[in-house]
Write a protein that binds this ligand. Structure first.
Ligand code: NAG
Ligand code: NAG
Ligand code: NAG
Ligand code: NAG
Length: 573
């Protein structure tokens, strides 16, 4: 590794503008929108107040999250000069609490042959001696996807602002020998160390329509050798983007470092599917002798499998927070607005609130909850006394800033006679939610929140449950219905849905929603099912926004707990 000169940023931008044409990845390339639009709109009802976003332009994948000497780092894919994908660099922000962020100069940008056509996603590994190292995908002069290393220029700089690229780059590249598809070879994970003292990592790929987690090994982090077999693969899943592979403890919610193996440990493999733009994960066993991962029986290895989020959430990545012994998940939430509207508002894309992630007691799924630090933004609490919400009624939750709020409710259900039968052919929760919107009366449900609602309910987003009588058990469905979210019909208003694995005869049914102007991020069943939506109301903005709890079933529902908070603005760059 040498100390390279730090190029002034205008040169990096110039390079990327001149050289990035023709590299399309899986994002649409709007050639006519690559120059700065500068029609920045002052009226910004959709900008977030506490979800991470830069002041303007396009962002996508979170990259290389880590904590180093008490400071959290978030890098992210960023277009410095436009609201659409292109000219991608690694933008960089740091925080001491994961809530308030300060921006820094771009950390990684095209400057060497191995990344001259793009600096795409990657991960950080903390090497022995507490030395962070970034591995990322570069696009080389032949437009091949290759993997590169960068390390901090000055470990004494608390913000690690400057990064030096290895003169050995690229460290991993497609060759005629290794049969790697040079257009489908990207997004290296955080590396983990095996019992033999060698580092391992995976890189997303595909062969025909088989998704691959290509495995590499290294003794020194510089010379990497491709393993004969992928860590795992699955047919008909297409390109695996942004794979993530990490251990979880089977007996505590405490997070574990990425190299931890042994008893009481299961592993999680996540991939982001380029074909469907959904992510799925499996829980399984990592065989250290064979260096292979096998999903548990019943852990579905396809787009129909488990998802971190059943709404908008992509290119996610976890890291181990050694200061609080937890594993934290970051994910990108894209817009549901038209490109014309994105140009008008001058930005596109945000990051979800970081979530702590751990294995459920059942061992069958993960649980997620917003990092506790976000609660420091809570102000002005409103509590509702226990009450019965009759079928066909709704109650306004007043006294909070409804466009910028955190709201939690627990529902208790006593009588189940009126639960509708679940047709055994209804296996797709999103489909059921689409057919049975909030306005379709049921027996037990729909009940939940109407958020970002206008006074006369011309606009609202409904987040709700329905309980069905299934085969020998009750089935809980959670929906996020955007169909009435905005009078602007240029938006994608797809309805999202998920089954929540709770037994409503034994536990209360909880729902938490983080509302942030154009974001509705919901957690059902204490984090068993998450759904994130983007909405752009035209009437329900700022102080004209209302929040309700409603029940449109015929059976009454008990609200055993309801609290709402106004949320303060965070420093988000
Ligand atoms: C490294 O960073 C520290 C802390 O910011 C600074 O005092 C020092 O001058 C830096 N060293 C170099 C070589 O830039
Ligand atoms: C390699 O990946 C690209 C990009 O997805 C695809 O178009 C191409 O067909 C793949 N080539 C082979 C040989 O699979
Ligand atoms: C982003 O959102 C659009 C429209 O809402 C969707 O069709 C697209 O697939 C999304 N892209 C990704 C990468 O999630
Ligand atoms: C509740 O149901 C009634 C009758 O179907 C409908 O008019 C109303 O819009 C529904 N409420 C919501 C929030 O959808």
């Amino acid at each position: 590794m040498t100390i390279s000169s730090f190029w002034p940023c205008f040169i990096c931008l110039l390079c990327s503008v001149l050289l990035s044409h023709g590299v399309e990845a899986s994002h649409h390339l709007y050639r006519n929108l690559q120059a700065d639009q500068s029609t920045f709109d002052n009226n910004q009802p959709y900008r977030t107040s506490y979800h991470f976003q830069p002041p303007k332009n396009w962002i996508n994948d979170p990259n290389g999250p880590m904590i180093y000497k008490g400071i959290y780092h978030l890098f992210y894919q960023y277009n410095p000069i436009g609201v659409v994908w292109g000219n991608i660099v690694w933008a960089h922000s740091t925080s001491t609490d994961l809530v308030n962020w300060i921006p820094h100069e771009h950390a990684i940008y095209p400057s060497h042959p191995a990344d001259i056509n793009g600096c795409w996603s990657g991960s950080t590994t903390i090497l022995p001696g507490d030395k962070p190292a970034i591995l990322y995908t570069g696009i080389d002069p032949q437009n091949q996807q290759v993997q590169n290393l960068a390390v901090p220029k000055n470990l004494s700089d608390p913000y690690l602002r400057e990064w030096v690229k290895s003169p050995k780059n690229p460290l991993m590249a497609p060759t005629p020998m290794n049969e790697i598809n040079a257009s489908s070879f990207r997004d290296p994970t955080t590396a983990w160390m095996g019992p033999d003292g060698r580092w391992r990592l995976i890189i997303g790929s595909k062969r025909n329509q088989r998704g691959l987690a290509i495995l590499y090994r290294s003794k020194d982090f510089i010379k990497w050798t491709k393993a004969q077999h992928p860590l795992h693969s699955a047919k008909n899943t297409g390109m695996w983007e942004c794979p993530d592979f990490f251990p979880v403890s089977t007996d505590t919610p405490i997070g574990v470092e990425t190299s931890v193996m042994g008893p009481n440990i299961k592993h999680v493999l996540k991939s982001s599917l380029d074909n469907t733009k959904h992510e799925y994960y499996t829980i399984g066993t990592y065989n250290l002798v064979k260096d292979r991962y096998t999903p548990d029986k019943g852990s579905v290895d396809s787009d129909a499998g488990l998802r971190y989020d059943y709404g908008k959430f992509y290119a996610s990545k976890t890291f181990f927070d050694s200061s609080k012994n937890r594993r934290i998940l970051w994910g990108w939430i894209n817009e549901s607005s038209s490109v014309a509207d994105d140009v008008k508002k001058g930005w596109s894309g945000i990051q979800a609130i970081p979530r702590t992630i751990w294995l459920d007691k059942s061992g069958k799924q993960l649980l997620q909850w917003p990092i506790f630090e976000i609660e420091q933004l809570r102000t002005k609490r409103v509590d509702s006394p226990t009450k019965v919400l009759k079928g066909g009624s709704m109650v306004e939750i007043s006294g909070v800033t409804a466009a910028q709020a955190d709201v939690e409710v627990s529902f208790g259900i006593k009588a189940f006679e009126k639960a509708e039968m679940l047709d055994p052919s209804w296996t797709n929760p999103q489909m059921i939610c689409s057919q049975k919107s909030a306005s379709v009366k049921g027996g037990l449900g729909p009940f939940g929140f109407l958020v970002l609602a206008s006074k006369g309910l011309q606009e609202y987003t409904a987040v709700f449950f329905r309980i069905f009588k299934g085969q020998g058990k009750y089935v809980v469905l959670m929906c996020s219905d955007q169909s009435r979210s905005s009078l602007n019909n240029d938006n994608d208003k797809t309805t999202y849905g998920a089954f929540v694995d709770v037994d409503p005869t034994k536990e209360e049914l909880s729902l938490k929603t983080l509302i942030d102007h154009s974001i509705v991020e919901s957690f059902g069943g204490m984090g068993k099912a998450c759904i994130t939506a983007r909405v752009y109301p035209t009437l329900a903005i700022h102080d004209e926004t209302h929040l309700y709890v409603f029940n449109n079933g015929t059976e009454s529902i008990k609200i055993s707990r309801l609290s709402a908070w106004s949320m303060k603005k965070a420093q988000i760059n």
